[in-house]
Design a protein around this ligand. Structure first.
Ligand code: MN
Length: 221
Protein backbone atom coordinates (compact mmCIF):
# COMPACT_ATOMS: atom_id res chain seq x y z
CA UNK A 1 0.00 0.00 0.00
CA UNK A 2 1.14 3.53 -0.69
CA UNK A 3 1.14 5.82 2.28
CA UNK A 4 0.22 9.02 0.59
CA UNK A 5 0.26 11.66 3.28
CA UNK A 6 0.33 12.03 7.04
CA UNK A 7 0.34 14.78 9.64
CA UNK A 8 0.24 15.13 13.41
CA UNK A 9 0.27 17.62 16.24
CA UNK A 10 -0.48 17.94 19.93
CA UNK A 11 -1.71 20.74 22.14
CA UNK A 12 -1.98 21.04 25.95
CA UNK A 13 -5.57 22.29 25.70
CA UNK A 14 -6.88 25.16 27.80
CA UNK A 15 -7.05 23.72 31.30
CA UNK A 16 -3.88 21.73 31.81
CA UNK A 17 -0.48 23.21 32.35
CA UNK A 18 1.39 20.14 31.17
CA UNK A 19 0.99 17.99 28.11
CA UNK A 20 1.02 14.29 28.96
CA UNK A 21 0.10 13.18 25.43
CA UNK A 22 2.83 11.95 23.09
CA UNK A 23 2.65 10.90 19.48
CA UNK A 24 4.81 9.10 16.97
CA UNK A 25 5.02 9.78 13.26
CA UNK A 26 7.68 7.40 12.09
CA UNK A 27 6.37 5.86 8.86
CA UNK A 28 5.25 3.17 8.50
CA UNK A 29 4.47 3.31 12.23
CA UNK A 30 2.18 5.83 13.91
CA UNK A 31 1.02 6.07 17.51
CA UNK A 32 -0.62 8.14 20.21
CA UNK A 33 -0.07 7.76 23.98
CA UNK A 34 -1.92 9.58 26.76
CA UNK A 35 -0.03 9.33 30.03
CA UNK A 36 -1.36 9.41 33.56
CA UNK A 37 0.20 9.64 36.99
CA UNK A 38 1.09 12.21 39.62
CA UNK A 39 3.62 15.03 39.20
CA UNK A 40 5.30 14.56 35.82
CA UNK A 41 4.82 10.78 35.71
CA UNK A 42 2.18 10.92 32.97
CA UNK A 43 4.63 12.62 30.65
CA UNK A 44 7.32 10.08 31.50
CA UNK A 45 4.95 7.19 30.78
CA UNK A 46 3.70 8.44 27.41
CA UNK A 47 7.21 9.40 26.27
CA UNK A 48 8.63 6.00 27.26
CA UNK A 49 5.84 4.26 25.33
CA UNK A 50 6.38 6.49 22.29
CA UNK A 51 10.12 5.79 22.43
CA UNK A 52 9.55 2.04 22.42
CA UNK A 53 7.23 2.33 19.41
CA UNK A 54 9.92 4.11 17.41
CA UNK A 55 12.09 1.03 17.50
CA UNK A 56 10.80 -0.77 14.44
CA UNK A 57 11.33 -4.30 13.29
CA UNK A 58 8.92 -5.85 15.73
CA UNK A 59 5.31 -6.75 15.10
CA UNK A 60 2.70 -4.57 16.73
CA UNK A 61 2.03 -6.94 19.62
CA UNK A 62 5.72 -7.15 20.63
CA UNK A 63 6.06 -3.43 20.20
CA UNK A 64 3.23 -2.74 22.64
CA UNK A 65 4.50 -5.39 25.08
CA UNK A 66 7.96 -3.80 24.98
CA UNK A 67 6.44 -0.38 25.67
CA UNK A 68 4.59 -1.92 28.62
CA UNK A 69 7.78 -3.44 30.03
CA UNK A 70 9.62 -0.14 29.85
CA UNK A 71 6.93 1.91 31.55
CA UNK A 72 6.37 -0.71 34.23
CA UNK A 73 10.09 -1.18 34.88
CA UNK A 74 10.63 2.57 35.28
CA UNK A 75 7.69 2.84 37.67
CA UNK A 76 9.35 0.21 39.90
CA UNK A 77 12.75 1.94 39.81
CA UNK A 78 11.65 5.51 40.30
CA UNK A 79 9.32 6.14 43.27
CA UNK A 80 8.26 9.47 41.74
CA UNK A 81 6.62 7.56 38.92
CA UNK A 82 5.08 4.76 40.98
CA UNK A 83 1.72 3.71 39.54
CA UNK A 84 2.11 5.69 36.32
CA UNK A 85 0.57 4.40 33.12
CA UNK A 86 -0.42 5.41 29.64
CA UNK A 87 -2.77 4.58 26.84
CA UNK A 88 -1.18 3.43 23.60
CA UNK A 89 -2.77 3.13 20.19
CA UNK A 90 -0.40 2.08 17.40
CA UNK A 91 -1.00 1.72 13.66
CA UNK A 92 1.61 0.00 11.50
CA UNK A 93 1.14 0.19 7.74
CA UNK A 94 2.30 -3.12 6.28
CA UNK A 95 2.19 -4.50 2.74
CA UNK A 96 -1.52 -5.08 2.50
CA UNK A 97 -2.84 -4.40 5.98
CA UNK A 98 -2.84 -1.72 8.62
CA UNK A 99 -2.16 -3.43 11.95
CA UNK A 100 -3.55 -1.80 15.05
CA UNK A 101 -2.45 -2.38 18.65
CA UNK A 102 -4.49 -0.74 21.35
CA UNK A 103 -4.70 -0.28 25.13
CA UNK A 104 -6.74 2.43 26.89
CA UNK A 105 -9.15 5.10 25.75
CA UNK A 106 -7.25 6.80 22.95
CA UNK A 107 -8.81 5.94 19.61
CA UNK A 108 -8.18 4.87 16.03
CA UNK A 109 -10.79 5.87 13.47
CA UNK A 110 -11.20 5.04 9.81
CA UNK A 111 -12.83 7.51 7.45
CA UNK A 112 -14.04 5.64 4.37
CA UNK A 113 -16.83 6.43 1.90
CA UNK A 114 -17.93 9.46 3.90
CA UNK A 115 -18.32 7.53 7.15
CA UNK A 116 -16.33 7.73 10.37
CA UNK A 117 -15.83 4.35 12.01
CA UNK A 118 -14.26 3.96 15.44
CA UNK A 119 -11.93 0.98 15.04
CA UNK A 120 -10.86 0.65 18.68
CA UNK A 121 -12.91 -0.04 21.79
CA UNK A 122 -12.47 2.37 24.68
CA UNK A 123 -11.02 0.52 27.67
CA UNK A 124 -12.85 2.81 30.03
CA UNK A 125 -15.56 2.48 32.62
CA UNK A 126 -18.10 4.31 30.46
CA UNK A 127 -16.99 2.34 27.38
CA UNK A 128 -17.76 -0.91 29.18
CA UNK A 129 -21.08 0.36 30.52
CA UNK A 130 -22.04 1.41 26.98
CA UNK A 131 -21.04 -1.93 25.45
CA UNK A 132 -23.23 -3.77 27.95
CA UNK A 133 -26.13 -1.39 27.28
CA UNK A 134 -26.06 0.16 30.76
CA UNK A 135 -25.28 3.66 29.56
CA UNK A 136 -26.21 5.68 26.47
CA UNK A 137 -23.69 7.67 24.45
CA UNK A 138 -25.32 10.82 25.72
CA UNK A 139 -25.06 9.80 29.39
CA UNK A 140 -21.45 8.73 28.83
CA UNK A 141 -20.47 12.21 27.67
CA UNK A 142 -21.36 13.73 31.03
CA UNK A 143 -20.54 10.78 33.31
CA UNK A 144 -18.47 11.94 36.32
CA UNK A 145 -16.05 9.04 35.85
CA UNK A 146 -15.75 9.30 32.07
CA UNK A 147 -11.98 9.64 32.25
CA UNK A 148 -11.51 6.43 34.26
CA UNK A 149 -9.76 3.80 32.18
CA UNK A 150 -9.97 0.09 32.86
CA UNK A 151 -6.85 -0.99 31.00
CA UNK A 152 -3.57 0.90 30.85
CA UNK A 153 -0.05 0.29 29.69
CA UNK A 154 2.70 0.11 32.32
CA UNK A 155 0.65 -0.45 35.46
CA UNK A 156 1.28 -4.22 35.48
CA UNK A 157 4.07 -6.52 34.27
CA UNK A 158 1.74 -7.90 31.60
CA UNK A 159 -0.88 -6.15 29.55
CA UNK A 160 -3.77 -7.44 27.50
CA UNK A 161 -3.50 -5.77 24.08
CA UNK A 162 -6.24 -5.52 21.46
CA UNK A 163 -4.65 -6.43 18.12
CA UNK A 164 -6.41 -6.42 14.78
CA UNK A 165 -5.82 -5.39 11.22
CA UNK A 166 -7.71 -3.50 8.54
CA UNK A 167 -7.39 -4.02 4.81
CA UNK A 168 -6.89 -0.52 3.49
CA UNK A 169 -8.48 0.89 0.35
CA UNK A 170 -7.44 3.82 -1.76
CA UNK A 171 -8.73 7.02 -0.22
CA UNK A 172 -8.88 5.73 3.36
CA UNK A 173 -7.99 8.15 6.11
CA UNK A 174 -6.89 6.83 9.51
CA UNK A 175 -7.11 9.09 12.54
CA UNK A 176 -5.34 8.35 15.83
CA UNK A 177 -6.16 10.66 18.72
CA UNK A 178 -6.36 10.95 22.48
CA UNK A 179 -9.57 11.55 24.43
CA UNK A 180 -8.76 15.26 24.57
CA UNK A 181 -10.16 15.42 21.04
CA UNK A 182 -13.03 12.95 21.32
CA UNK A 183 -14.35 14.22 24.66
CA UNK A 184 -14.62 17.74 23.24
CA UNK A 185 -15.66 17.13 19.62
CA UNK A 186 -18.32 14.62 18.60
CA UNK A 187 -17.93 12.13 15.76
CA UNK A 188 -20.21 14.08 13.42
CA UNK A 189 -18.15 17.22 13.79
CA UNK A 190 -14.88 15.29 13.35
CA UNK A 191 -16.26 13.80 10.14
CA UNK A 192 -17.38 17.21 8.91
CA UNK A 193 -13.94 18.73 9.53
CA UNK A 194 -12.21 15.79 7.83
CA UNK A 195 -14.46 16.28 4.80
CA UNK A 196 -13.63 19.95 4.69
CA UNK A 197 -9.89 19.69 5.15
CA UNK A 198 -8.70 16.33 3.95
CA UNK A 199 -6.79 17.89 1.08
CA UNK A 200 -4.56 19.61 3.64
CA UNK A 201 -3.77 17.19 6.46
CA UNK A 202 -1.61 19.57 8.48
CA UNK A 203 -4.47 22.08 8.25
CA UNK A 204 -6.92 19.34 9.27
CA UNK A 205 -4.90 18.53 12.39
CA UNK A 206 -4.93 22.21 13.32
CA UNK A 207 -8.69 22.61 12.92
CA UNK A 208 -9.33 19.46 14.98
CA UNK A 209 -7.22 20.91 17.82
CA UNK A 210 -8.97 24.23 17.45
CA UNK A 211 -12.38 22.55 17.66
CA UNK A 212 -11.34 20.69 20.84
CA UNK A 213 -10.18 23.92 22.43
CA UNK A 214 -13.37 25.66 21.37
CA UNK A 215 -15.31 22.83 23.00
CA UNK A 216 -13.54 23.55 26.30
CA UNK A 217 -10.03 22.19 25.84
CA UNK A 218 -10.31 20.40 29.18
CA UNK A 219 -7.60 17.87 28.40
CA UNK A 220 -4.44 17.53 26.34
CA UNK A 221 -5.29 17.02 22.68
MN1 MN B 1 -6.43 12.51 27.91
Amino acid sequence: MTLARFAGATDPGRRRRRNEDSYVIDPPVFAVADGMGGAQAGEVASKLAAGAVKEHGADVESLVQEANRRVHQRSLEDPNTSGMGTTLTVAAVEDSVVSIGHVGDSRAYLVRDGNLEQLTEDHSLVGELMRTGKLSAEEAGSHPQRSMITRALGTDPNVDVDIFSVEPRIGDLFLLCSDGLTSMVDDREILRLVGEKRGDLQGLVKVLIKAANKGGGEDNI
